[in-house]
Design a protein. Structure first.
Length: 101
């Protein structure tokens, strides 16, 4: 059984990064989803794809995977680089583009 360990991205609907600090362990799907013949909904015999475990650190998630005998892949995310700006920079003389409406 193979698992993926990662930190989820921030929610697009919120401005904060509240749920993005914890690590998540997710099982790789064994079988693809197939449409149900009656309703047309996607279904799968693999129930482990619904399980998502959360950990406080990467080391805890790796230790859990090793204890259970799972092979794992750790996915590092690109960290956001915030450049500090001020409102006065919109009106600076050194601005590349002219400020207009």
């Amino acid at each position: 059984m193979h698992v993926r360990i990662f930190r989820p991205a921030k929610n697009a609907m919120q401005s904060g990064r509240g749920n993005s600090k914890r690590w998540m362990l997710e099982f790789e799907p064994l079988a693809g989803a197939t449409p149900d013949p009656l309703m047309g909904w996607s279904s799968s015999p693999d129930t482990r794809r619904q399980v998502k475990l959360r950990f406080d650190s990467e080391a805890e998630a790796i230790e859990y995977a090793k204890q259970k005998g799972y092979t794992y892949t750790v996915v590092k995310r690109n960290e956001r680089k915030v450049q500090p700006k001020s409102y006065a920079d919109n009106f600076a003389y050194s601005r590349m583009e002219p400020w207009t409406h």
